[in-house]
Design a protein around this ligand. Structure first.
Ligand SMILES: Cc1cc2nc3c(=O)[nH]c(=O)nc-3n(C[C@H](O)[C@H](O)[C@H](O)COP(=O)(O)OP(=O)(O)OC[C@H]3O[C@@H](n4cnc5c(N)ncnc54)[C@H](O)[C@@H]3O)c2cc1C
Length: 471
């Protein structure tokens, strides 16, 4: 920024602060540093690209009316705005590339209505608190539960999950966030001089889902619920990783008919040292593990299938039982938490996000996984998640990869693509270069409506061109 530009920016920030008087606001450097980061440090590539990027003010509204005042003030002063929930995104989604205002949404944390089958809530509520509220609510005897949550359930917000997430724990039973009916209402505040409140229903929800907060500030959501199940957190060990995968494929195909589970995760035995201090004999390095959350009503059939594949059970506990023993829930051994387990002890790892083709009735090509294991040796350590989406069953690879530089990382990515795996590149920060692959024109058209000046999380979508911005 030139001297003139920075004086102009300082004037704008001052005018912004005056316009939002009464709403919590801070320029404390330590807070700005903390609120400008997420979990992009998983990727050494992103670490370099995002180094030094920082917001200039943090605001924390507590009502939708206050969000509207912040949005209006940002639009009038043409200040960039980045919405932040729990800050657990892996791709720098809430790292402000062009400074400006960070809107901490966690003050909007109310549950507004619980009915049999659905909940209406504010976007900044922690998913853990939302889950507790729907479980305790008397709308359904025995309580209800969310259809899915990220493995960061305890520290992520529901709005951040919808704006930045994909699926996770629960996906093997209920599909991904995008599937019809899982989210039935999203309410957004637009970033205009006179902000509007827009409610999106049905397929229109996709205009905002996974848009990284680039096209409207989500204030409320309605989500589907199901009757609560007291899931059994389960670990079984298999004689080979291929055996663990075979079990996973067969169990996943049986979900909804003979089996019921909320999580199925296969973890290569080479992860065991990273689990040792917590899980000890439950995951020693002489077996490949399947972490699962199993409906107690079908535990007998689960164990039968496990034994058919040569598995042996090392843990079967409910969440309160785990807590009493100081153990983490199975979902914190899954999804991106598996990589976190390794990174806590060894920062030389990074990971990949891949999808393996699924043949109905058979599952993924386990020989292909074996060939990949032979090809990479200890450079790549395997981890597969099992899930489903509107099209059927699916398996996501989340392997650990030793980081030997960007060139080698992309060589491994290209080899996975040549193997027929789809790679959701987690070493980039734009929506399109990651999972989306193409520009979602419906999201960009909605951005023209909800963020006509192009101020929201600038730089995160390649589909937005400066020429689109209203002066
Ligand atoms: C250990 C670990 C495990 C994870 N497991 C999973 C997983 O299982 N499944 C999965 O999908 N993801 C997973 N993630 C990624 C991430 O945790 C999820 O996407 C999470 O739900 C993000 O929520 P958050 O509140 O932290 O959002 P943030 O990181 O704060 O925000 C994410 C994005 O959403 C935008 N945003 C946030 N709130 C709003 C709002 N109210 N309105 C508009 N935009 C908004 C932000 O600007 C940002 O672009 C994991 C990450 C880690 C580090």
């Amino acid at each position: 920024m030139t001297g003139t530009d920075s004086r102009l920016r300082a004037d704008r920030l001052q005018a912004f602060r005056a316009a939002i008087a009464g709403i919590a606001c801070s320029d404390d450097p330590a807070l700005l540093e903390a609120k400008s980061r997420d979990y992009a440090w998983y990727s050494p590539v992103l670490q370099v690209l995002l180094d030094g990027k920082r917001g200039e003010l943090v605001v924390r509204p507590t009502t939708e009316e206050e969000v509207i005042r912040v949005a209006a003030a940002c639009a009038r002063q043409r200040l960039p705005l980045t919405v932040r929930g729990g800050g657990t995104g892996n791709y720098g989604q809430c790292v402000p590339l062009e400074g400006g205002v960070i809107l901490d949404i966690t003050g909007l944390d109310r549950v507004l209505e619980v009915q049999p089958g659905s909940v209406l809530c504010e976007a900044g509520i922690l998913i853990l608190e939302l889950e507790r509220a729907v479980h305790a609510h008397p709308a359904v005897p025995g309580g209800q539960e969310l259809l899915m949550y990220p493995s960061t359930r305890d520290i992520a917000t529901i709005g951040g999950f919808i704006a930045g997430g994909y699926g996770g724990t629960g996906t093997v039973r209920n599909g991904i966030l995008k599937d019809p009916g899982n989210v039935s209402l999203i309410r957004v505040v637009t970033l205009e001089e006179e902000p509007r409140v827009i409610e999106l229903h049905g397929a229109d929800i996709q205009k905002v889902h996974h848009a990284f907060g680039t096209n409207g500030i989500i204030t409320r959501l309605r989500l589907a619920l199901k009757p609560a199940v007291d899931w059994v957190h389960h670990i079984a060990l298999y004689p080979s990783y291929a055996g663990a995968l075979r079990f996973g494929c067969q169990a996943t195909e049986a979900i909804g008919t003979t089996l019921d589970a909320f999580l199925i995760t296969a973890v290569d035995r080479r992860f065991a040292p990273y689990y040792e201090s917590e899980f000890g004999h439950r995951f020693p390095p002489d077996g490949d593990a399947v972490f699962a959350m199993v409906n107690p009503a079908c535990l007998g059939r689960w164990r039968e299938l496990m034994r058919q594949h040569g598995g042996r059970e090392t843990m079967a506990l409910t969440e309160p039982e785990l807590k009493a023993q100081g153990l983490s829930p199975a979902f914190e051994c899954a999804w991106n938490h598996t990589t976190l387990m390794a990174l806590r002890q060894d920062k030389s790892w990074t990971n990949l996000q891949t999808v393996y083709p699924w043949v109905p009735g058979q599952g993924i090509d386990i020989d292909l996984v074996q060939r990949q294991m032979d090809r990479y040796g200890d450079e790549v350590v395997m981890h597969h998640e099992f899930g489903r989406n509107a099209d059927g069953c699916v398996s996501f690879g989340l392997p650990l990869v030793s980081y030997f530089g960007k060139e080698r990382l992309y060589e491994i990515i290209r080899e996975h693509e040549a193997d027929g795996c789809l790679v959701f590149d987690n070493h980039v920060y734009t929506i399109e270069d990651g999972g989306m692959k193409t520009i979602d024109t419906a999201q960009i058209d909605f951005k023209k409506v909800a963020d006509p000046h192009g101020l929201m999380n600038p730089g995160k979508t390649r589909g937005w061109l400066p020429a689109y911005a209203r002066p």
